[in-house]
Structures are given as structure tokens and as C-alpha cells.
Design a protein around this ligand. Structure first.
Ligand code: NOJ
Length: 831
């Protein structure tokens, strides 16, 4: 019934003129396209051996706290296949010990260094692998960062699709090369925390917020990095809590079937965010493949899938091929990254750090050694420190105030943000407080710190090494007089400030998961940044466990800063032109967030309206200076774009469904409380479902075409993982000479922007970047390639990418507002 309700809700949305997501069925079945061929064949072979109940065990979580990981599927004991382990987070292994606390995504973006992104991916996956995790729940491309207040922007990379997309791809490659399945999340439009699941403190609304995104904006902005993730071979995608155009993301046949599995030809599996499933049959037919954590509400003992999915197959509402496809997709990802070779037993538990405890934590059963406290850190502190210093953005530096020379006799540090959390480094669960220095945001996107080198500790160690004296005033309640006296005496004063944000299930200091002030993203600095006594300003983001050391590297010049701000710093709040919704705006219906700004977020908005920011996207100083010269733009010949054609094969059916008796709860299994099983409680399906409305109107459960397993036309914009392969044809090569014109070795980030030239286009969009290390006086040539996608627009009429006839211009420089070189791009491609 829930599904029919959803369909009628969508129809109601259409009738009311609200944003609407059209139905798209059937769910495409995996074909083993591209690099997936071998893994797909092995998956088919494996799944062909399974019973219906065993397949359903792969697709359904066992319930919240029903296993040791944050999400756990059922197992297949007959074949020695253990439960799959899903674990947060995008910056390390969550909820354990002897792990590394890596820098957040926003810092990786600030490095503009794909090699560092890859190495962080490898290191994080080594730790997940060592703990027994199958799927690491990251990286994040949603939120992309539509509004600076988005509470989880820092978990992702940057409010630019190209910077985020390339960071996604490198991170995923690093993770999956290491034998762990990555999960690109949260798909899609998950741009704010308020109302992400509907009602929240003080407000009751019937449904979760709807992100209303038009077709062009979806393709050119929010989908773009997910396309890169799919092209990089990501094994899983997490559908989000919010609705997209008034249809829940995990039951949205358009975004899952049509776009993700059709147009992007995604071959892996779609996993629901925790509790983001709202229907059983509906989500299954709309393209969800794995239901997490498996129960309807945490620990309810009831499930949309599990037994109910078995029933749905037996009563014919969900075709068998759809279940086979779910299982094949999950197993394809498993084999693609080599989990059959890299899997070790799960040796940690998310719910307690005690060595002995219950495997089935909620039920209080299965007492054993659940935490072996395996130290998985290796030498990862090195890459943490390297990213920490490489991501520092030097925003201001008057007359070479930095670097410090080490000869400062008295160094004073001010601000709570320089010191330790008095409650201990992990004193606040999931970092749900802002005490002491800030090195990560809050929520599920966190990991426990093994230690945290604070700025106070690291600066003091450096000062002592240099024979100076040191004091730190980290109590925000300290009197002004004390601070003023110390400041008057010190030879160098360093002031620390922070602002925090995180996931909406936690409220910190009255902030329901969204930014008011933050260093997790931009903050308003205009009131003080030009004060003559403030001679230098650094942004250090969320650097993880080596925070202080990374900072000292830059403060004292052993590392020359090369970070560039991955977001724009406006002068006033209104400069960004976007905001989140704080109060319901649709009565008690789903709050409606219309993305009316379209593709114009962050620097695209500032450029369009000619707003001068404090610091523009891509900006960052160095202790050296650089010049750009000799721009050469070479168009490359490419054949005309060919829309993909043809048909899929028929949906493969890999087993034989028996009658209900074969799926009765086996008498040799002892039930665990609230655990989700695939089996029936009775051969009478209605009784087994326990649903008083069972069979109320079977026809309404099944949208048109959803059960159709016959060959389906290929999406013309698709044809390979990541979209039509011709989109990635190189169409121009860009060369430029970058010279270090200063006196010290340093790092520069050449940035390539393109104007697509049309009246609806942004003045310019980032399309490429690099990171060059150059000695004093040294020069190097930097080369970048533009692909067809880079110069295309999404055409809503042909439902494909087109290269417009407008004149295109290429710009190169070292920030979105400092682009000394430009040239017209005369393309040589048929269009
Ligand atoms: C909800 C969060 O949105 C998601 O990012 C996370 O992976 C799951 N919870 C599991 O903790």
C-alpha cells in the first residue's frame, strides 16, 4: 500500500504544479559493461547457486545494531559467505580504535592534488580492510555544497562538480585498488540537514524535504561528480534521505533506473541510507538493491524487505530477475575490488570498545571477543600530515609576516581552538561538541582520534626547539586584561578560531546540523580581516589527527603553502544567493527546496552577478610568486557525437523460485530478537506478511512496465559506465608555462576555466587543474585535456549532451578571478 501511496503522492505533486519526477521502469539489469565483465561473470556464477532466501539475505540488512558494523547484511552459511560489513566513514574507520583520523574531504579538495586524494583513498581502505570492512561508506559528492550552511559539506569536497568529480574518482580508485568497495553518497540532492528525514525538533511535516532540481542543473552540476564516480568504477552508491522532485531518492525510479542505471550505466549496487527506504516493492522496482540497516525503524524487528521481499517474489509483484539483478550487482562489486582475496574476519564492533561483548548487540546475544583492537594505522600519519599542510590556504600575508623564522623569542597562542578538548580527544561521541581545536566536523562522517596533535602542542614544541618562550591562552573565559598583557609582550601572536557543523541527528550549541559560522566552509571575515594588526591569515580546514604538526610545517616554512580555497568567501551572507530552509514552507507537507539558482552556486553566482568576494574560489597565496605564460590551445579532431543505440539483452533469471514451503523459517535456527530474516513464518503469504492490508489491491503495487524483463533500449546519453563514451573523447589540449618567480621553492595550482559562451551559461566553469612543485626560478609546462563533456551542455529536448555554437573561451591562471591567459577555443569536432 505504501507504494501506491507514493505513486499517488507523486501524481498529486504533478497536479499541484510542484516539481515532479516521472516514472521510469523497468530497473535496468547489470550487463557487465566495460571493466565489470569479469566480476559480473563471477557474480552470475555465484548467484546462480543461491536459493531465493539466500539472495534476499544479500540484499537486506539484519537490523540496526544487529551485527558488528554500522550495517550488516544476512549471510550465506551454506557457502561459507559471511555477512557483508558496511562501515562509515569518508575520513577513516568510524567507531573503533587504533585507526587513523584522516583529514576531511574539504581539505583534500583544498590541496587540488589528485595523487594525495588517491593515497588517502588507499590508506583509508587499508584500515577498513584491516578491520574486516567490505564497504567503506564514502566518498561524498552530495552535498556538493549548494549553500555554505549545508551541515555536511565538509564531508564532501567542493561546490564545483569538476573539482569534486576528480577527487571522487581518485579517492574511489585508491580505495578499490586496495580491495574495499567504495560507496558514492548521498545520491542525490542531499544539500541540507534540516528536514532531511521529515519532522524534526519543533516541526512536524509529513515527508522529507524535496530538492527540486531541473534537468540541466541535475546534469551539469549535481550528477556530474556521480558520473565521474561511476566511470571510476565505484562499487556502490547510497541513495539519500531527501526526495528529489517529490519522490524519495531511494524509491525514485527516474533518478535510479533512468539516470543512474540507464544513462550512467552503473553496474554496482544502490544501497539505501539508514532508514531512507520508504517502501518495499516500490524501492525494489525503482532500483534500490540493498536495504540498510534493514529494519523499518531502528530495532523495530519489521522490514520492508527480508521476509516481505520473499513474499513479493512469491506473489509475483517483484519479478525474480529483479532479485537476481540485486544480488548480481552486489556480488559484482565484491569481485571487482577483489574482496574474495582481501576479506579478513570482522574484528571490531561499532557499539562498544569493550573487548568482550555481544555480536548481536541489540538482542544482547552472541557473547564473544568482539574487539580485537587491531592496529591498522601503518604509517598513515605521514599522509595525514602531508595533506594537512598541503591543504592549508594562506589567505593573507602582509610583508612576508609568514613564515615565522624560529627566532621569535616569545610566541603566544590565543583561543580555545588551539588547545585540547578537556573531555579527552574522543570525549564527545561522533564529535558532537566543539571543545578545543576542531579537526573534524560531527556526525557519522567521523572517526575516533587515536590522538590529536593540537596547534598548542606542536607550536610549543617548535618554540622550545628554537629556545624561545611560549604561552597559550585557550580558555575562552580568560580576561581581556590577561590576553592583552601577554599580547603586548609576545613577539608573535597566533589567534585561533573555529566554527563547526555536521549531521542533522546531532544538535551542537543549538545548531541543528547546519552552519551558522564555520571553518568547515567559508566564514565572514570582512569585519576584521583588513585590520592592520592582522598580518597573516591561514585557513586550515579540518586536518585530522596531525593538525598541529601540519600547521607548524607551514607556519615555519618547511612546507610552502600551496592550498587553494575550494569555495568562495563572500563579504556578506547574502552574497552567495542560496540558503537552506530552516522552517517548513509547505504547510505540513514535504518542505520544498527549489533550486531556482540552477547551476549558479558559489563562484558561478559571484561571477554572474559581478560580486566581489573577500577571497575567490581557487585563491591561495604562497611564500613564493608564480607567473603564467605561453598559452597554447590545440583543438583535437574528434568524430561527431554518436548517441548510443541498441538494446539490452533480456533480464537474466538465475534460479528457480520454489513454492512457499521451501522458504519457511528453518526449525534448526534460533531466532534472534529484532533480527531481520528472509524466511516466511507461514505458507499463507498474507499471514506471513503480518500486513492487514495485504493484497488490498495488488495491481496498484506495480507501476507500468516495472515487471518487464524483455530487452530494453539503451539510453542514448549512456552506453558505458559514466555515460556515453564519446563524452570523454579529448577535444582540445591546453598547454601553459608556469614559472616560480620567487626566491623559494613552492607549489602552484594552475587552473583551467572554460566559458561555454551561451546566454544561460556561467561566465566560466572550472574544467581542469594541476599541482606543480617548482624550485626558485624553475619553470615547467603544464598540460590539460578538455573532453567533449567539458565543452557540452545538457539539452533537455534531445535528452543528450550537445556542443553549442556559441564561442568558447579558455582561461588559465591561479584562481577563478586571476586568469591572466585566455584564448578562443575553435573546436574541430563534428556537432
Ligand atoms: C546516515 C548518514 O547519512 C550516512 O552518511 C551514513 O553512512 C549512515 N547514516 C550510516 O551511519
Amino acid at each position: 500500500m505504501r507504494n501506491s501511496l507514493l505513486i499517488s503522492l507523486a501524481a498529486a505533486a504533478l497536479a499541484e504544479g510542484k516539481a515532479y519526477s516521472p516514472p521510469a521502469y523497468p530497473a535496468p539489469w547489470a550487463s557487465g559493461a566495460g571493466e565489470w565483465a569479469q566480476a559480473h561473470d563471477r557474480a552470475v556464477e555465484f548467484v546462480s547457486q543461491l536459493t531465493l532466501a539466500e539472495k534476499i539475505n544479500l540484499t537486506t540488512g539484519v537490523g540496526w545494531e544487529g551485527g558488528q558494523c554500522v550495517g550488516n547484511t544476512g549471510s550465506i552459511p551454506r557457502l561459507g559467505f559471511r555477512s557483508l560489513c558496511m562501515q562509515d566513514s569518508p575520513l577513516g574507520v568510524r567507531d573503533t580504535d587504533y585507526n587513523t583520523a584522516f583529514p576531511a574531504g574539504v581539505n583534500v579538495a583544498a590541496t587540488w592534488d589528485l595523487d594525495l586524494a588517491y593515497r588517502r583513498g588507499v590508506a583509508m581502505a587499508e584500515e577498513h580492510r584491516g578491520k574486516g570492512v567490505d564497504v567503506q561508506l564514502g566518498p561524498v559528492a552530495g552535498p556538493l555544497g549548494r549553500a555554505p550552511e549545508g551541515g555536511r559539506n565538509w564531508e564532501g569536497f567542493a561546490p564545483d562538480p569538476v573539482l569534486t568529480g576528480q577527487m571522487m574518482a581518485s579517492t574511489i580508485e585508491g580505495m578499490q585498488d586496495t580491495g574495499v568497495i567504495a560507496c558514492a553518497k548521498h545520491y542525490i540532492g542531499n544539500e541540507q540537514e534540516h528536514f532531511r528525514q521529515g519532522s524534526q525538533e519543533n516541526y512536524t511535516v509529513a515527508d522529507a524535504i524535496s530538492s527540486n532540481i531541473d534537468d540541466v542543473t541535475l546534469h551539469e552540476l549535481y550528477l556530474w561528480p556521480f558520473a565521474d564516480a561511476v566511470r571510476a568504477g565505484v562499487g556502490s552508491v547510497m541513495c539519500s534521505y531527501n526526495q528529489l522532485n517529490n519522490s524519495y531518492s531511494c524509491g525514485n525510479s527516474y533518478s535510479l533506473n533512468h539516470i543512474l542505471k540507464g544513462e550512467l550505466d552503473f553496474q554496482g549496487f544502490v544501497m539505501t541510507d539508514w532508514g531512507a527506504q520508504h517502501s518495499g516493492v516500490g524501492d525494489a522496482l525503482a532500483g534500490a538493491d540493498m536495504d540498510m540497516p534493514g529494519d523499518v525503524a531502528f530495532d523495530s524487528g519489521t522490514a520492508f524487505w527480508g521476509t516481505n521481499l520473499t513474499i513479493a517474489v512469491l506473489n509475483g509483484t517483484v519479478p525474480e530477475w529483479r532479485i537476481d539483478d540485486m544480488a548480481v550487482r552486489i556480488m559484482s562489486a565484491f569481485y571487482k575490488v577483489g574482496r574474495d582475496r582481501t576479506q579478513v574476519p570482522i574484528n571490531f564492533a561499532s557499539w562498544t570498545l569493550d573487548t568482550y561483548g555481544n555480536e548481536y548487540y541489540y538482542a544482547g546475544e552472541g557473547y564473544k571477543e568482539i574487539n580485537q583492537h587491531v592496529d591498522v594505522r601503518g604509517d598513515h600519519a605521514k599522509v595525514v600530515r602531508e595533506i594537512g599542510s598541503a591543504s592549508i590556504v594562506l589567505l593573507k600575508n602582509v610583508d612576508g609576516a609568514l613564515p615565522l623564522t624560529g627566532s621569535e623569542r616569545f610566541v603566544a597562542v590565543f583561543g580555545e581552538d588551539a588547545g585540547s578538548n578537556p573531555d579527552g580527544v574522543n570525549g564527545c561521541s561522533d564529535r558532537n561538541c566543539d571543545n578545543g581545536t576542531l579537526a573534524m566536523g560531527w556526525g557519522s562522517g567521523t572517526a575516533n582520534f587515536p590522538y590529536l596533535v593540537t596547534p598548542e602542542q606542536a607550536i610549543q614544541a617548535e618554540v622550545l626547539k628554537n629556545g624561545g618562550i611560549f604561552t597559550a591562552i585557550t580558555d575562552s573565559g580568560a580576561t581581556n586584561t590577561t590576553a592583552t598583557t601577554v599580547a603586548a609582550q609576545a613577539s608573535a601572536c597566533l589567534v585561533f578560531a573555529n566554527a563547526d557543523s555536521g549531521e542533522g541527528y546531532i544538535t551542537v550549541d543549538g545548531n541543528v546540523g547546519d552552519l551558522v559560522l564555520h571553518t568547515v566552509g567559508p566564514v565572514l571575515v570582512e569585519d576584521w580581516v583588513n585590520h592592520p594588526n592582522i598580518t597573516a591569515v591561514l585557513w586550515a580546514g579540518l586536518p585530522g589527527e596531525q593538525s598541529g604538526n601540519s600547521l607548524v610545517d607551514v607556519l615555519y616554512g618547511s612546507v610552502n603553502p600551496g592550498g587553494k580555497t575550494p569555495f568562495t568567501w563572500g563579504k556578506q551572507r547574502s552574497d552567495w544567493g542560496t540558503d537552506i530552509i530552516y522552517e517548513p514552507n509547505n504547510g505540513d507537507g514535504a518542505p520544498q527546496q527549489d533550486f531556482t539558482e540552477g547551476i549558479f552556486i558559489d563562484y558561478r553566482h559571484f561571477d554572474k552577478y559581478n560580486i566581489t568576494p573577500t577571497y575567490e574560489f581557487g585563491y591561495g597565496l604562497s611564500y613564493s610568486t608564480f607567473s603564467f605564460s605561453n598559452l597554447q590551445v590545440t583543438p583535437l579532431a574528434a568524430s561527431p557525437y554518436k548517441p548510443a543505440t541498441g538494446h539490452s539483452g533480456p533480464a537474466p533469471v538465475l534460479g528457480k523460485v520454489l513454492n512457499a514451503t521451501a522458504y519457511l523459517f528453518p526449525n534448526y535456527i534460533k531466532r534472534i530478537e529484532a533480527f531481520i530474516y528472509p524466511w516466511l513464518n507461514s505458507t499463507d503469504l498474507r499471514t506471513s506478511s503480518g500486513d492487514p492490508n495485504y493484497g488490498w489491491s495488488t495491481s496498484k503495487y506495480v507501476p507500468d512496465g516495472a515487471q518487464d524483463g524483455s530487452p530494453q533500449p539503451v539510453n542514448p546519453a549512456g552506453g558505458a559506465p559514466g555515460g556515453n563514451p564519446a563524452l570523454y573523447d579529448p577535444v582540445a589540449e591546453i598547454r601553459v608555462t608556469v614559472k616560480n618567480t620567487g626566491k623559494v621553492a613552492g607549489v602552484e595550482v594552475p587552473q583551467l576555466y572554460v566559458s561555454l559562451g551561451g546566454p544561460s551559461d556561467a561566465p566560466k566553469v572550472l574544467r581542469g587543474f594541476g599541482r606543480l612543485s617548482l624550485g626558485a626560478g624553475e619553470e615547467a609546462q603544464w598540460t590539460a585535456t578538455l573532453t567533449r563533456r567539458d565543452v557540452s551542455n545538457w539539452d533537455t529536448v534531445s535528452q543528450n549532451w550537445v556542443v553549442s555554437n556559441y564561442t568558447k573561451t579558455v582561461y588559465v591562471g591561479n584562481s577563478s578571478r586571476n586568469l591572466p591567459l585566455q584564448q578562443t577555443l575553435a573546436l574541430k569536432i563534428g556537432h
